[in-house]
Design a protein around this ligand. Structure first.
Ligand code: URA
Length: 277
């Protein structure tokens, strides 16, 4: 039995009482509260949790909110699904994934800055793999280890975007640890960019990278290491190629499109309710 299969078997083993009742340190959830959910949608922003949960089902319930981690439970066709915010960046995302690892499927639903020409605010990016510019994932696997989306999640996200006729792009995302220097923003406070970073955006663009965001590499690496299915869909809120600013209007459109793609993908992944024999 390989490691991933062993970990899956362990996760599926009968639950001990302590597992059902123990409240996790950060997410403040226990197994009982999650009502058998196997999938979680993961925005960064806790204030996006209710928007996503409502899109799954108007009658969602908030389960917990501690620091940046807020979780709601919604039912889609009777099947439970969680929405948990990860906070911004690798370290807080890694904590969320550690505590959600008893689920089987994790999908990041976030916002992003498009860097490739032709990517416009409001478009959706579906990540096939991430350039690991984060630090957290290096504590789980060496840098040679790929950050790749699980094919079943990827397929569901692509199918969902196609069915809804959303403008979407499928490809590689650069996942950074900082919003300002790593993404070469001219408004970093010091106005100074270290040599390693200067010209990075052009380099990534030349290498076919589509966009910048800050959580996908951590999510995809940890999910592969833990034997989970994961994927990432983000709404473009700024086109860095065109030098646009993030405005409330662009933020809302990008966010809405990513949520709509993610929610329809959940329907495909968790399927209709099981018929009792
Ligand atoms: N999130 C990012 O990390 N970068 C952007 O430009 C927009 C959203």
């Amino acid at each position: 039995m390989d490691n991933i299969t062993m970990r899956r078997e362990k996760r599926n083993a009968p639950m001990r009482k302590v597992d059902r009742d123990t409240i996790q340190y950060h997410l403040k959830l226990n197994r009982k509260m999650t009502e058998g959910a196997t999938l979680a949608l993961l925005p960064g922003d806790p204030f996006r949790v209710d928007k996503i949960a409502r899109a799954l089902n108007r009658e969602y319930r908030e389960l917990a909110w501690n620091r940046e981690y807020r979780t709601a439970l919604a039912r889609l066709d009777g099947r439970p699904a969680l929405v948990t915010s990860t906070g911004i960046g690798g370290p807080s995302t890694a904590i969320a994934i550690e505590e959600l690892a008893r689920l089987t499927s994790l999908i990041r639903v976030g916002t992003t800055g498009g860097i490739r020409a032709g990517i416009q605010a409001g478009d959706v990016v579906i990540t096939t793999g991430a350039v690991r510019l984060d630090g957290a994932s290096r504590d789980y696997a060496p840098i040679e280890y790929p950050a790749v989306a699980h094919p079943e999640i990827l397929q569901a996200l692509i199918e969902s975007a196609r069915r809804q006729r959303k403008r979407h792009h499928i490809g590689i995302t650069a996942s950074t640890d900082t919003f300002h220097p790593s993404q070469e923003r001219p408004d970093t406070f010091s106005g100074y960019l270290i040599k390693r970073i200067r010209g990075a955006t052009e380099e990534w663009r030349n290498l076919g990278v589509l966009n910048y965001e800050m959580e996908s590499s951590t999510l995809l690496v940890l999910a592969s290491v833990f034997g989970l299915r994961a994927g990432c869909v983000t709404g473009v809120v700024v086109s860095r190629h065109r030098g646009e600013k993030i405005t409330t209007g662009r933020l809302r459109t990008g966010e809405k499109n990513a949520i709509e793609v993610a929610v329809a993908a959940v329907g495909m992944l968790i399927g209709p309710p099981r018929v009792k024999p």
